[in-house]
Design a protein around this ligand. Structure first.
Ligand code: NAP
Length: 637
């Protein structure tokens, strides 16, 4: 039993009150906590502003404190699992508006109030599934998750990882200022909450430690071959196994066989260097954000930065105070959404409440989930009847634009020369929006920083030349130019049925069914594959959890039917991709007015999921046997 702190009302000042009131329903069994006058009316410009008068908030905290004291003194939970009608009232209350009917089962599952969600399939429970071996490529967030589920199911597996440690993107990206841009209380496995995140958006070392801790907790390291590349996969038709060619740390080649292969290699880990004349001629150190050279001391140097996407947005403010002079080359500015808490520590009161008030963590996560996922999507939806500015795709998008542009403009009120340069001329949601607590424009306004928007024409040994003929001198050149995201699985040769190579089939335009499966490539599953990325809505961990649930369902299907392989029917795959392409046109990121890494060389949106999270959740509940060609093992002659 824990004693309530003497100053509990003060501790609760940090709590998210709607989540707290909702948690009290479980403790007290009393739904009258969900009072009309305590229902939040969130300010769209600052979601932490509940729109509830302070005097009411004091009453809410006082009432909550009494109930929490009673609970901590030993009063049992009165309503651990409310009925659906009560849950709906709780959801509406936290969201501050009625949740549409179609979301209810999805959100109940996401809440996992009984500790069990469909995304947490404890076991495949089938002997024949246990006889199969699974090869997982990658030990980042998705690969570790796959390992956890396979391990729980007792399925034999091995993970092959190119790096010497787990963590994937959080292992590779160590540039100054690197941090998550989704609230950590949502950017974590749903079944592994961390009540002690030090910041709302924690820095990279904290994220890496989280994933290393997961690998240790689930004893996964013994299953991982580190510093090893999978170079080729070849399907053996006769035996229905994938033969994988691996290259280990000593350079030796080895072969490994598996019935099923899961690729969990991310989309954003092959740096993209821009194709600029003279790039190799630069005499000083030149490196990419994802290959940060910590041995290069930037103090007192003249630094040129190419790119102003999510990575540069994080490292520029961090290094600007140290360098002698910084020139930031911007092709298009990022949209930024106000996020005052972006660099803030999690308040002690929040940590206490997460840890000690039952169900508070779940409702707090629910609030983050709803507000930043499905609740946000309408603002980036294209309205086909829209005939306003081409810099927006609909009235709600225009409203969001106005709010975000005003927030940016306010920050450069003292620097009118920057105003036109920092307000994007494409619809908000067209590219990944970054989170704004003022440090980015604060850095660009520094005396030692200049923002150059003229086109780069050449790189010389001593600097960068722009179209106006100016040479901008530099000692160090930093590339924040992103990744070869649409070159899916580019490091890997994959020979499926009849020896056909997957990249030849794709012809540079990678596709998959539900991002995961490919006709002609049996028992091959891709996590975070084509068209499974999200732009503004939520955490990619959600997608991986859905995908792994589906893959476990596929193992179950194979086990139950006794079939040895499965691959999607061509017609199902074609129809799915047709619908995806059509739907992507209905969002800001599909707008013809936007160029981004979400589109491939053909201008097709190859990265993004064009529906809500609910739709991926539903589509991946379990594989539909009718979608697949299932192949039975041939009886011996
Ligand atoms: P990015 O968003 O693709 O940004 C690349 C930047 O380089 C853009 O500003 C781009 O300009 C510019 N650029 C590219 N080629 C150029 C050229 N030839 N000349 C001038 N400028 C050029 O890459 P990123 O910043 O590495 O981020 C990639 C993704 O990683 C993000 O969208 C996000 O999903 C993820 N990420 C997340 C976080 C996080 O906070 N968790 C942090 C970093 C990255 P244009 O915009 O005009 O193309």
């Amino acid at each position: 039993m824990t004693d309530a702190p003497a100053d509990l009302e003060t501790v609760l000042k940090d709590a998210h009150l709607p989540a707290l009131m909702t948690a009290l329903v479980h403790m007290t069994g009393d739904t009258s906590w969900l009072k009309a006058e305590w229902t939040p009316a969130y300010n769209p410009a600052d979601r932490n502003d509940l729109g509830i008068p302070e005097a009411e908030q004091v009453r809410m905290r006082a009432a909550a404190a009494d109930a929490i004291r009673a609970h901590l003194a030993g009063k049992p939970l009165q309503m651990p699992t409310p009925d659906v009608a009560t849950l709906r009232r709780q959801m509406d209350f936290v969201a501050g508006a009625p949740i549409p009917e179609q979301y209810v089962d999805f959100l109940v599952d996401e809440l996992a109030l009984k500790g069990q969600s469909t995304k947490d399939p404890k076991s495949v429970h089938l002997e024949s599934a246990r006889k199969r071996k699974v090869l997982v490529i990658g030990a980042g967030m998705s690969g570790l998750l796959t390992g956890i589920r396979l391990s729980e199911a007792g399925v034999e597996f091995e993970i092959v990882e190119k790096n010497p440690d787990v963590g994937g993107t959080w292992f590779e990206n160590s540039y100054p200022g690197c941090r998550v841009d989704n609230s950590n209380h949502m950017y974590s496995y749903s079944f592994e909450p961390n009540h002690a995140w030090p910041q709302h958006f924690s820095p990279q070392p904290v994220l890496l430690k989280y994933f290393q801790g997961i690998a240790d907790k689930y004893d996964l390291r013994q299953k991982i071959r580190f510093s090893t590349m999978v170079e080729e996969l070849a399907w053996d038709e006769a035996r229905a196994v994938w033969r994988a060619t691996l290259q280990g740390p000593d350079g030796k080649t080895e072969t490994l066989e598996a019935n099923v292969v899961v690729t969990a290699v991310g989309q954003l880990n092959r740096p993209r260097y821009p194709d600029i004349e003279g790039r190799d001629s630069f005499a000083g150190p030149a490196f990419h954000s994802a290959e940060w050279r910590h041995d290069v001391d930037l103090k007192g140097k003249r630094v040129a930065v190419i790119g102003t996407g999510a990575s540069a947005y994080q490292f520029v403010p961090e290094i600007a105070p140290d360098v002698a002079q910084m020139t930031v080359f911007q092709r298009s500015p990022p949209w930024a959404l106000p996020a005052p808490r972006y660099h803030d520590d999690v308040e002690e009161g929040t940590k206490w409440t997460l840890e000690h008030v039952p169900y508070y963590d779940k409702w707090y996560r629910f609030w983050l989930f709803w507000m930043t996922t499905e609740g946000f999507l309408p603002m980036v939806k294209a309205d086909p009847t829209w005939n306003g500015s081409p810099n927006a795709v609909g009235p709600e998008n225009a409203g969001l634009r106005e709010m975000a542009a005003a927030a940016l403009a306010a920050q450069v009120a003292d620097r009118p020369d920057l105003l036109d340069k920092v307000i994007p001329q494409y619809p908000i949601g067209g590219k990944r929006a970054v989170l704004d607590n003022g440090v980015w424009l604060g850095a660009l306004k520094r005396d030692n920083v200049s923002l150059v928007t003229d086109k780069i024409v050449r790189i010389t040994p001593t600097g960068v030349v722009t179209a106006d003929g100016t040479e901008h001198p530099a000692d160090v050149l930093l590339y924040g130019t992103g990744f070869q995201a649409s070159n899916f699985l580019s490091f890997l040769k994959i020979k499926g049925r009849g020896g056909r190579e997957l990249h030849d089939v794709w012809g540079g335009d990678a596709r998959a069914y539900l991002g995961m499966t490919h006709p002609g490539f049996p028992n091959l599953f891709t996590i975070y594959g084509p068209n499974t990325n999200i732009v503004v809505n939520g955490s990619i961990i959600f997608f991986s959890e859905c995908a792994v649930r589906y893959i476990m369902g596929a193992l179950r299907l194979l086990a139950e039917t006794g079939e040895r392989s499965m691959e999607p029917k061509q017609a199902v795959y074609d129809d799915f991709n047709r619908r995806v392409d059509e739907a992507n046109g209905g969002w800001a990121w599909g707008s013809p007015n936007v160029s981004s890494w979400y589109k491939n060389q053909f201008g097709r949106v190859s990265q993004n999921w064009p529906y809500g999270l609910i739709d991926y959740w539903r589509a991946t509940l379990a594989p539909n046997p009718d979608d697949f060609v299932l192949e039975r093992a041939k009886a011996p002659a």
